[in-house]
Write a protein that binds this ligand. Structure first.
Ligand code: AMP
Ligand code: MG
Length: 521
C-alpha cells in the first residue's frame, strides 16, 4: 500500500502535552494524541471501492492485511500519529462546553491528485474526549453512516465520505431508546474520509476560553489548506472565510431540502467548516412530505431540527460561528452583514431549487404561488416526496388533469382517504402546473431530463437501511452491497431495482430505526 501521507493538522497545530487517554479538559491545544483500540476480531464488511481509488488505493491494496487492519483500528499506518480533536459546541441551543472527538480518531492525511484527504475512524475506542461514554459505535449506526455518506455523495450533496465498514468483534452495551432497556449489540467501526473534519465547534472552544492565540492559529491553518482562494490577509481574510463558510453551509442545506434529508442533530459540533454533511446519527429521509418531521426521538418535543427548520438552524449555527471568529476581527457589523445576506440568499436559493424540482427554468409571475400551494397540499394528503417529484417529470404538455393525477397517484400513502376538498386543491394545482409547462419553451423531454437530474429516484429510505441492518445483524451483508450499488446512481431509472422506488411499507411507519431514532449509537 503506497499512500502519499502528508499530515498537516497534527504537524502545524498545537498538541495536548499529556499523552494518555484520561478524560479531561484540554486547553491551549487543538488535539490530543490517541491510538485506536485493538478490535478483538475485526472483519471488514464493505469497502467503497470508488472512494478508495480516489485516495490512490489500488484494488490489491483493498485485499491487503494492512488495509483491513488500518480501517478497523487493528494497526496504525507507519509514520503516522493518530489523534482526536478538541472542540466544543452548542447542543440543542445551549453551549455545552468541551465535547471533542469522543469516539473519532484521525489516522492520517494523504494527498492524491492534488486533493487532501483525512482518514478518521469512528467507534475505535475511548479518547481524551469520551467524557462519560465508551468511544464505541454499534453495527446499526455504522451501517447507516457508511451507506448514507456514500448515498449523499452520489446525490451530489456535499458530504464527508465513508471508505469502509468493519465489525470489531466486540460487544457494545446500548440503551437504544433511552428507556432503561440496555442490550449488547455488535460493535463496528467506520473509516470516514473528508478533506478536513474541522467543525464550527473547533473555533467555538477557543473563543469560549478567550484563547485568541489558538483561535487564530486554527483559522489561519483552515484558510491556508482549505480556502486557498482567499487571498486577503488579516481581518479581511477571516471575514472572507466566514462568508465562504456561510455560502457553503447554505448550499449544503439547500441540497438537503432538495433530496428530503433531515440531519437530526444540527448542533454546532456537527457543522463542518467545509460545509459538508457530517455525523450521520439519527438522520432520516422524508417519506410523506412534512416540514415538521424529525427522525430524532430525542428532539420530538421541540422539533428544533425538523426538516422545515434546517435553513433557519443553519443561520443560527452560523451566528455562533460568527461569535467565535469575532475576536479575530472585532467588527460586529461585518459579521452581521454576512448573516443578513444569508436570509436573502436563502429565499433566492430556495426558489431556484424548487423551480428546478418542478422543471421550470425562468421564473414567471405566479410561480411563488405554485410553490407555496404545492407545499400545502403535499402535507395534507400525506404524499411521498421522492415518488411525487420523480413522477412529476413524466407529465407531458398534452396531459389532462386526469392523466396527470393518475401519474402521481402512487405517491399518496392513502389515496382512497383523500377528501374531496383536498382533491379539488390537487386538481387546481395540477391545472396550474399543466398550463405552466404548456407555456414553457422547453420540450417535455428537456424538462423531464432536467427534473430527473435533481429529483432522485432512489434515496436511502429509513426502512431500507433498517433492512440492511437486520440482515447484517444476522451475518448477511449482501443488502449493504446491493444498496450501495443502487445508491451510486440515484438519478438513473435502474428498472431492475424498481422495488426500491416504493413507498415505505406500513410495518415501518412506527418501527424503531425506521421512523424513530435516538442519539444512542
Ligand atoms: P453527537 O451529537 O452524536 O455528534 O455527539 C456529541 C458528542 O458526544 C461528541 O463529542 C461525540 O464525540 C460524543 N459521543 C457520542 N457518542 C459517543 C460515545 N459512544 N463515546 C464517546 N463519545 C461519544
Ligand atoms: Mg458529533
Amino acid at each position: 500500500m503506497n499512500l502519499n501521507i502528508q499530515d498537516s493538522f497534527n504537524k502545524e497545530l498545537p498538541a495536548d502535552s499529556i499523552r494518555d487517554k484520561s478524560r479531561r479538559q484540554v486547553t491551549e491545544a487543538c488535539f490530543s494524541y490517541v491510538t485506536p483500540r485493538e478490535p478483538s476480531n475485526p472483519q471488514v464488511l464493505h469497502v467503497a471501492a470508488d472512494l478508495a481509488s480516489s485516495l490512490g488505493l489500488l484494488d490489491q491494496d483493498l485485499e491487503s492485511d494492512m488495509f483491513r487492519s488500518v480501517v478497523s483500528g487493528a494497526a496504525v499506518l507507519p509514520g503516522t500519529a493518530p489523534y482526536s480533536m478538541c472542540y466544543g459546541g452548542h447542543q440543542f441551543g445551549h453551549w455545552a462546553g468541551q465535547l471533542g472527538d469522543g469516539r473519532a480518531i484521525n489516522l492520517a492525511e494523504l494527498v492524491h491528485d492534488n486533493q487532501r484527504w483525512a482518514l478518521q475512524l469512528k467507534g475505535a475506542g475511548e479518547t481524551t474526549y469520551s467524557r462519560t461514554a465508551d468511544g464505541l459505535a454499534v453495527l446499526r449506526s455504522s451501517v447507516r453512516e457508511h451507506l448514507c455518506s456514500e448515498a449523499m455523495f452520489y446525490l451530489g450533496v456535499p458530504t464527508t465520505r465513508s471508505l469502509a465498514l468493519s465489525l470489531t468483534g466486540d460487544e457494545v452495551l446500548r440503551d437504544m431508546l433511552y428507556n432503561g432497556n440496555s442490550a449488547y449489540e455488535k460493535g463496528a467501526v467506520v473509516c470516514r474520509v473528508a478533506p478536513s473534519f474541522v467543525r464550527f465547534g473547533n473555533f467555538e472552544i477557543f473563543a469560549s476560553r478567550g484563547d485568541t492565540v489558538r483561535l487564530k492559529e486554527l483559522a489561519d491553518y483552515t484558510v491556508r489548506h482549505f480556502f486557498p482562494e482567499i487571498k486577503l490577509t488579516g481581518k479581511e481574510a477571516y471575514i472572507e472565510l466566514f462568508k465562504t463558510v456561510v455560502d457553503r453551509t447554505l448550499d449544503m442545506i439547500m441540497h438537503w431540502q432538495r433530496v428530503g434529508f433531515v440531519h437530526g442533530v444540527m448542533n454546532t459540533d456537527n457543522m463542518s467548516i467545509l460545509g459538508l454533511t457530517i455525523d450521520f446519527g439519527p438522520y432520516g429521509w422524508l417519506e410523506g412530505y412534512d416540514p415538521n418531521w424529525t427522525p430524532n426521538t430525542t428532539d420530538k418535543q421541540h422539533r428544533r431540527y425538523r426538516y422545515g427548520n434546517q435553513p433557519a438552524i443553519g443561520l443560527w449555527n452560523l451566528s455562533k460561528l460568527a461569535s467565535a471568529l469575532y475576536p479575530l476581527v472585532e467588527e460586529r457589523q461585518a459579521f452581521e452583514d454576512v448573516l443578513e445576506d444569508y436570509k436573502s440568499q436563502y429565499v433566492n436559493s430556495y426558489k431556484k431549487m424548487m423551480m428546478s424540482k418542478l422543471g421550470l427554468v425562468e421564473q414567471v409571475k405566479g410561480d411563488d404561488q405554485l410553490i407555496e400551494s404545492l407545499n400545502e397540499i403535499l402535507v395534507v394528503s400525506e404524499t411521498d416526496m421522492t415518488i411525487f417529484f420523480r413522477r412529476l417529470s413524466s407529465m407531458v404538455k398534452n396531459d389532462n388533469i386526469g392523466d396527470a393525477m393518475n401519474k402521481i397517484n402512487d405517491a399518496f400513502y392513502k389515496p382512497d382517504d383523500i377528501v374531496d376538498s383536498v382533491l379539488e386543491k390537487w386538481h387546481a394545482w395540477m391545472k396550474l402546473y399543466l398550463s405552466r409547462i404548456q407555456d414553457n419553451a422547453s420540450s417535455d423531454q428537456e424538462r423531464s431530463a432536467l427534473m430527473n437530474a435533481v429529483n432522485p429516484k432512489y434515496v436511502l429510505r429509513n426502512y431500507m437501511a433498517q433492512l440492511a441492518i437486520d440482515a447484517a445483524d444476522n451475518g448477511d451483508y449482501s443488502l449493504i452491497s446491493e444498496l450501495y450499488e443502487l445508491l451510486k446512481k440515484p438519478y438513473d431509472e435502474q428498472m431492475e431495482a424498481d422495488k426500491w422506488f416504493a413507498k415505505r411499507p406500513e410495518w415501518a411507519r412506527h418501527k424503531v430505526g425506521c421512523s424513530m431514532l435516538s442519539c444512542s449509537s
